[in-house]
Design a protein around this ligand. Sequence first.
Ligand code: BES
Ligand code: MN
Ligand code: ZN
Length: 489
Amino acid sequence: MNPEIVSLIAQPAQCVADLLVLGVFEGGALPAATAEVDVASSGAIRARIAAGDVGCKPKQITRLYELPGIAAKRVLLVGLGDAAQFGAARYIDVVREALKALRGGPARRVASWLAELSVQQRDAAWAVREHVVAAETALYRYDATRRKSDKPDGVTELAIATHDETSVQSGRAIAHGVRRTRELGNLPPNLCTPAHLAEVARQLAQEFPQVEAEVLDRAQMQALGMNALLGVARGSAHAPYLVVLRYRGTRERKPVVLVGKGVTFDTGGISIKPAAGMDEMKYDMCGAAAVFGAIEASARLGLPVDLVGIVPAVENMPDGDASRPGDVVTTMSGLTVEVLNTDAEGRLILCDALTYARRFEPETVIDIATLTGACVVALGKHATGLMTRHDDLAAELLAAGTEVHDRAWRLPLWDDYQSQLESGFADVANIGGKNAGAITAACFLARFTEGLRWAHLDIAGSASDEGRKGGATGRPLPLLMQWLMQKVA
Ligand code: BES
Ligand code: MN
Ligand code: ZN
């Protein structure tokens, strides 16, 4: 079960929680709450620091038990490092590590004073909000497909010491969106099918009065001429859907449209992928998951924006009826595409979804997609790839990512790369050769977004952690929400 996160007004020494979370700087300076606990316990904390028993370097954890004069049974001290270098990234890291240390432990009701720390170049509201989001990230546990265990484990309630209930609430709204994004990403591909994504959209519309859902089926997409999208779905036994969500927080602005790649499993199709690590292609719908998360978080925040989410939901499978390398399809825009590699399917579903986005007369369109392995080669797992022709939009998105430490990095989208997509048999080919794969994928999408204020986020690396036990990260939801909130601030 995921813990409840609430605000708390209390003196740390008197607080009757199972455990208090406090920070310690290197070099002896104690944050206010830590100093209070130190005084109330007749100097127990300073004594242990002097004895060398407390790790003050960033993220070091020290546990203390039954301090005299302290109501809570346990105190967890987390090292904050040098006070002069306590910035946003370190703060988020420290909060996460402190809470991760509580997973599976005996403490159920936990109270944290970390949100009172002052963080360089950030205000107090930021610290509260990011504490909530970081705590949610750290305490999240995937158990949708595990045997139900009756033994409760770890934190059930986290109270954050602050007077700023508003920021706790907005943090919680964003955290819910991040949780939605991760949960959908982690759900196995036999359960998280295109139909499931459609069902989740309907559930969101049920749950939030300002959210509407519309689901287009194969016949409706055929009527619209979405043959690139439908071509990808041909090999799968699961029917494709185009899921459209709308959150109406205002009628006074043009909508922002978010388009999320929703490939619920990517085998590569006839251009089949190697077996090793193919399970990770269940994350190929993390763009879609982020769109759902953004709709949910915006609704919970009550943001005064008009937000449209478009999710082309398909599965990419090899089959007797699957599309072949060499096939030519006519997209909804009228452009024809030569499908030289059926594994470059993301751009094929996105191009039709982006064309569909035009009917909303958007102010801005952002697509979010686990689009290319090349982006992971270029940037690794740390940065989301950002490609856009619009310098102002690039600046906004980069700044939003930096603010909440969910960073993107811009790659060029120059026309110079466009010639790599030339085809002998159609208007454009769906692959651009071995060089600059992340950029040529974006160049392909650019052909369908002429005249739109559009940016592309490649989250192939950032959306999930590596390996057998890695999972969905919920990125780039924090970036997107920060960008949306800045827009209406
Ligand atoms: N879903 C993959 C991209 C991907 C790769 C995401 C690794 C996460 C981790 C995408 O559909 C794909 O297969 N792209 C191909 C494109 C190529 C055929 C031009 C790729 O990156 O190899
Ligand atoms: Mn692919
Ligand atoms: Zn894919």
